[in-house]
Design a protein around this ligand. Structure first.
Ligand code: MG
Length: 382
């Protein structure tokens, strides 16, 4: 029997998807528990809690300003082991706390019925079933990896076959503010050998000049899609090249890939994609337009997809940065465990908040120091 390509794709999608989906149930913010087994030994509990994280400084990018961030924490429990995950909903990707809670609820049956030793297949099953709120998938996926590594009694980096001494230094990010306050933030970041400067709103040259008055450190610049024309981007990037800038992240809107390709032919600084690359499927179309990609667990939907992105980016000879949203030490530590695989780290989201409920990865003179405890190795609770 011959089948058409369309029929083949439909069959393949159905085979990858779970046989049924629960109706969307709106979660309350209170803990949600479920038990799918008669014995406490194998009972599964999925706790979900939203926590308000407070930023030390108002956080301004080219697109918005925030002083608070509501993140959703997940705790998976089975066989006496408790594991943590975190979701940082981001308006840029149409994610809210409510949509994140709903997506976690949608994925719940998969976690209730599957063996967590099949963590790679669970990750693929979740990805095939749910196509939105990647931060919710990230929370569940991080917790799943934490659980498996704890069960094995090894730190996550060891489960992944990585040398913890090979972590890169992380940049410290300076959000947009008045030149005086940005200079103050640069002074406060004394420990970090490389800084990432947010631009793309206004007065980019004034900001860089002000920072250069107080620091001669290498700088990386993130325009967060702020430059709207290719001519403006070329002009700004070529000026940045005279100021000791290492590379420029996402100069133009994510959709303007062809324009970015045009820009890249006219500038010397490397260009790194961030908003233009969410998961592995986005990578091939960026080749030639960018020199590297910024992978974030929240965009990718967790560790499983982030690892796939690292492999694919390497195959295309792209540089790799590991970045983050505003996250507590749960999300940041999870990403830090992958960092021996990448060229650059921008894992400072936990350092920008004043009430981190967890402790995990530490930073010494900019270098990421991974915890040696099993799993993510984070301590704390919400
Ligand atoms: Mg960025």
């Amino acid at each position: 029997m011959k089948i058409t390509r369309k029929q083949f794709m439909k069959t393949a999608t159905l085979a990858a998807a779970v046989p049924f989906l629960p109706s969307l149930v709106r979660l309350s913010e209170a803990q949600v528990k479920s038990k799918n087994s008669a014995t406490s030994e194998t009972s599964t509990q999925i706790h979900v809690k939203t926590v308000e994280l407070r930023l030390k400084h108002a956080w301004t990018l080219s697109r918005n300003t925030s002083t608070l961030k509501n993140n959703v924490f997940v705790r998976l429990e089975r066989e006496g082991i408790s594991a943590w995950g975190e979701a940082a909903p981001n308006v840029r990707y149409d994610e809210t706390v409510d949509s994140t809670l709903n997506t976690i609820q949608q994925a719940r049956p998969i976690f209730e019925r599957e063996s967590w030793w099949h963590f790679a297949q669970i990750s693929d099953q979740v990805a095939a079933t749910i196509h939105h709120d990647s931060c919710a998938k990230a929370a569940l996926n991080i917790a799943l990896y934490d659980w498996v590594a704890k069960k094995l009694g090894v730190p996550l980096y060891q489960m992944l076959g990585l040398d913890p001494t090979k972590t890169p230094v992380t940049t410290f990010s300076i959000g947009i503010d008045t030149p005086e306050i940005m200079q103050q933030k640069v002074r406060e970041a004394g420990e970090f050998p490389v800084l990432k400067i947010k631009v793309g709103l206004k007065d980019d040259e004034e900001i860089i000049r002000a920072i250069r008055k107080v620091s001669s450190k290498p700088l990386r610049v993130d325009a967060n899609e702020g430059w709207k024309s290719k001519e403006e981007a070329v002009k700004k990037i070529n000026w940045m090249a005279t100021q000791g800038i290492e590379f420029v992240e996402q100069p133009m809107p994510a959709s303007m890939i062809e324009e970015t390709r045009w820009v890249r032919e006219r500038v010397k600084l490397p260009l790194i994609a961030d908003e233009a690359v969410l998961s592995a499927a986005d990578i091939p179309k960026l080749v030639g337009a960018f020199d590297g990609i910024n992978i974030k667990l929240m965009k990718a939907g967790g560790i499983h997809e982030a690892l796939r992105m690292i492999e694919l980016a390497r195959a295309f000879h792209l540089k790799i940065m590991l970045g983050c949203m505003i996250e507590s030490s749960v999300g940041i530590t999870a990403a830090a465990h992958l960092s021996p695989l990448v060229d650059y780290a921008d894992l400072d989201g936990n350092l920008l908040i004043s009430n981190d409920p967890f402790k995990g990865v530490r930073v010494r003179n900019g270098k990421l120091i991974l915890p040696k405890r099993p799993g993510l190795g984070v301590t704390g609770s919400v």
